[in-house]
Design a protein around this ligand. Structure first.
Ligand SMILES: Cc1cc2nc3c(=O)[nH]c(=O)nc-3n(C[C@H](O)[C@H](O)[C@H](O)COP(=O)(O)OP(=O)(O)OC[C@H]3O[C@@H](n4cnc5c(N)ncnc54)[C@H](O)[C@@H]3O)c2cc1C
Length: 404
């Protein structure tokens, strides 16, 4: 039976960063990925003439120190591609509202309510508060519901009102020698490729882990949906909470139940790359609807291409394909029939964790339950969803097991 030092389940940024840490210590690592390509939510679409675009994550920051360090330690040194200044615009139906960024925000907020909120700023801390409670105290509840809620919901691509406030944005120390916000040549998906290029890593795609068992005498056996099996001394789960819960159930039933209690939301992302002159939509980084069937449109404008623009619409999962197409056509101002001739269209469905108050306690209990185990559990459902949160979690799991 095929045996490795480590088997890592899931080739997103969490799995790739843990695999890279293990490989750098000299271990043999097999990464198993259900999809035809690694990357997970780092889902860059490659196009000829550098016309790549992102279906998933789009921005890394110089405050992502662990992510930056992990890439710097990869065999081919990374090239940081700076992103231009961020331009946030709001959509009211099909109409792009005039203005951008803070000026636009200031214009939309009710001034009287904002003034009344000022005394509540004192002692307002994110800890133990939902996003709605925390930001509602800053701008007023009505202002929050009308203006801030849609904007903040664009951050985790789901309604963020009930998120623990401390999970949404984090203050981290920055690296002055790296651009403030950046991507990589070909898009952020390149990051996963760079990490998986570490010597000692083998990647096997189209391997959907179906079950996991302990081998008497030490190690683990992983079986795929189609009956293949591999063995490893150590195992890492770098998957969504629900899948992790199902797979670890025979190994750690209480931890499994804790992971099962973390909600997930589905997301349907549709990206299009089209000739720049095909749409009159103004330059923007993010276009956020005040109320619509999608959470946001993310563009490639901050990394401009000489003759193409790209737009990725992040739809709620319950919106029909025809309704998605109708919204895209209306907003870009190009009939769908014309778009399907002009544009390169790609789509992706994924699920994201949806943490609520008490999440940190649940994770602390989860970690107590797996503390003595010799398998690692990482992902975007621990301290936060960002790329940096994933890499930090993988690093701490690597320290817990790999450096024992
Ligand atoms: C639209 C969008 C935009 C985002 N934008 C940003 C951003 O700009 N900046 C930022 O910091 N963060 C961003 N995020 C968040 C961040 O990208 C994700 O949280 C992070 O990439 C998740 O990585 P992961 O490896 O934990 O999970 P995933 O990327 O989901 O990877 C898990 C992998 O496991 C595989 N898998 C699932 N089941 C199995 C199985 N049974 N066997 C084997 N493999 C399996 C999946 O196919 C997948 O490849 C964004 C997320 C989304 C969805």
């Amino acid at each position: 039976m095929e045996r490795h030092d480590w088997v890592v389940l899931g080739a997103g940024i969490s799995g790739a960063s843990l695999a890279a840490a293990a490989a750098r210590s000299g271990a043999s690592v097999l990464v198993l990925e259900a999809q035809p390509h690694p990357g997970g939510s780092l889902a860059s679409v490659s196009r000829p003439n550098d016309a790549w675009f992102e279906l998933g994550a789009h921005t890394a920051y110089n405050s992502y120190r662990s992510f930056v360090s992990a890439l710097e330690a990869s065999p081919a040194p990374p090239t940081w591609v700076p992103r231009g200044p961020s331009i946030l615009r709001l959509l009211d139906g099909d109409r792009v509202l005039p203005g951008k960024n803070l000026g636009l925000l200031a214009r939309r907020l009710g001034k009287l309510e904002l003034l009344r909120a000022v005394p509540r700023w004192l002692g307002n801390r994110p800890d133990g508060r939902t996003v709605r409670e925390y930001y509602g105290r800053i701008v007023g509840a009505r202002n929050f519901d009308r203006v801030l809620s849609p904007i903040l919901s664009a951050v985790p691509s789901q309604r963020a009102d009930n998120f623990p406030a401390e999970m949404l944005f984090k203050r981290r120390e920055r690296r002055a020698d790296v651009p403030k916000s950046f991507t990589l040549p070909g898009g952020l998906g390149t990051a996963v490729e760079l990490l998986l290029a570490n010597r000692g890593i083998e990647v096997r795609t189209r391997f959907q882990a179906r079950s996991v068992e302990r081998i008497p005498g030490g190690g683990f056996r992983v079986r795929s949906a189609d009956g293949h099996a591999v063995e490893a001394r150590h195992l890492a789960f770098a998957l969504a909470p629900r899948t992790t819960s199902r797979l670890i159930e025979p190994l750690a039933p209480t931890a499994s139940a804790l992971a099962a209690g973390i909600a997930q939301v589905e997301l349907h992302s549709i990206g299009l790359s089209l000739p720049s002159d095909a749409t009159r939509l103004p330059a923007a980084t993010f276009l956020i609807p005040l109320a619509d069937s999608f959470h946001s449109i993310v563009t490639r404008d901050p990394v401009p291409h000489p003759d193409r623009r790209a737009f990725t619409f992040h739809f709620r999962p319950d919106v029909s394909d025809s309704a998605c197409r109708e919204r895209i056509a209306r907003i870009l101002g190009v009939p769908w029939e014309r778009l399907s001739e002009l544009a390169d269209v790609r789509e992706r469905r994924t699920s994201l964790p949806s943490p609520v108050l008490g999440h940190a306690d649940r994770i602390a209990e989860f970690d107590r339950r797996i503390a003595g185990e010799d398998f690692a559990v990482t992902g975007n459902w621990f301290a936060g969803l960002s790329i940096e949160d994933c890499v930090l979690r993988s690093a701490s799991e690597w320290r817990r097991i790999g450096e024992r």
